[in-house]
Design a protein around this ligand. Structure first.
Ligand SMILES: *Cc1c(COP(=O)(O)O)cnc(C)c1O
Length: 357
């Protein structure tokens, strides 16, 4: 599909933050965005790259009432040689359509998703920051915009991509976070939408996160929605536990989001000579293994923060420390290897990196 490129008037151009070390997460957006529409009787149409601007939507637009929405998250990195690199973007395109299928939304052809992203990025290249640990965060999303209050799949959608220059995810740096195992609220249930990247999952997670914050914890670790016995994931991260030279993560079960960072870490860990295991992780067993010292490290994985070390875990009223509350060796090695590949400092043996042309 041909993508129209609309002019960017000089007065719509924004000031870039001069000091890249001051970049926060997702508060500033670039000059342009991609927007494509879909209607039942037309399919995809009017693909355009236009100045970043608010949408004018009818208050009855379906997304506002029944949350028919999906999104993705990936990053573009500025390499030392000036090239701009993407990390496994085709995985995001594929997962976007899997989420869309669950929410009864139309599939975005992969060449529209990836081609549109490429064109947008080649116009917005100058927005990719280059200071250490900075990147351009990419947010593709789709919303139902038909102005009807009936509960049905919409007949009209917007697929759009916006871009935000971001700094290190945690202002405090690469330090261990504390995690509260949630034993009251649940995030997802078998047959629900846990495997889809959809806003509703996040809306329903806010209360638990807020209550955990009040108790002094950074994030919530979700248990399965049926028995509250098995580890699922953390906020917007998949969870790993190191047992010496073996790393263990929850097996994908339909209610866990299938992270691209998760998949990359499993592949990398194997190539670095570690054992990996995907299996159900029972919380009481896990606490026993942490207490006895069998679990040596824990970390979360996700695009936004890449790898996040976990220093403290609380379940019911028991608080346990992991790797002495410090960043573990394996966690550091995986972080260094993965960010090294993403930023061109290490060889990409897996063909994960795609450049912006
Ligand atoms: C996006 C997301 C992740 C991490 O996925 P990545 O592809 O690694 O960024 C994990 N859990 C949830 C709930 C998510 O939405």
């Amino acid at each position: 599909m041909d993508i129209k490129i609309l002019p960017l008037p000089a007065e719509k151009m924004k000031q870039k933050i001069a000091d890249e070390t001051k970049l926060s997460f997702g508060k500033q957006f670039t000059d342009r965005m991609l927007l494509v529409e879909w209607k039942t009787d037309r399919g995809w149409f009017d693909a355009r790259i236009q100045p970043y601007a608010p949408f004018v939507l009818d208050p009855s637009a379906m997304v506002f009432h029944y949350a028919q929405e999906i999104f993705e998250g990936l990053k573009a990195y500025k390499w030392a040689d000036g090239r701009v690199a993407l990390f496994r973007p085709e995985m995001n395109a594929r997962r976007f359509n899997q989420s869309g299928e669950r929410l009864c939304m139309p599939a975005v052809p992969e060449d529209l998703f990836l081609g549109g992203l490429q064109q947008l990025l080649s116009l917005e290249k100058d927005w990719v920051p280059s200071a250490p640990e900075t990147s351009l965060y990419i947010r593709p999303a789709m919303i139902a915009v038909e102005p009807v209050l009936g509960v049905n799949p919409s007949n009209h959608y917007y697929f759009f991509i916006i871009l935000s220059p971001v700094g290190a995810y945690y202002a405090a740096g690469f330090n261990p976070v504390s995690i509260l195992v949630e034993d009251h609220y649940v995030r997802a249930v078998p047959g629900g939408t846990g495997e889809a990247k959809t806003g509703g999952n996040y809306a329903s997670s806010l209360k638990a996160a807020l209550e955990a914050k009040k108790k002094g914890y950074d994030q919530v670790l979700w248990l399965d929605g049926r028995e509250q016995r098995f580890i699922e994931e953390v906020g917007s991260m998949n969870m790993f536990f190191a047992y010496g030279n073996k790393i263990v993560t929850a097996a994908l079960n339909g209610s866990i989001l299938s992270g691209i960072t998760r998949d990359s870490i499993l592949t990398l860990a194997l190539s670095l000579g570690y054992e990996v295991e995907e299996r159900p992780i029972e919380i009481h067993d896990l606490m026993t293994d942490i207490r006895s010292g069998k679990v040596t490290e824990a970390f979360g994985s996700g695009t936004a923060a890449v790898v996040t070390p976990v220093g403290k875990l609380c379940f019911k009223d028991e608080v346990v420390q992991l790797s002495g509350g410090k960043v573990g060796k394996l966690t550091q090695e995986l972080y260094d290897t993965l960010t090294g590949i993403q930023t061109g400092k290490r060889k990409d043996e897996f063909g994960w990196v795609k450049f912006v042309e």
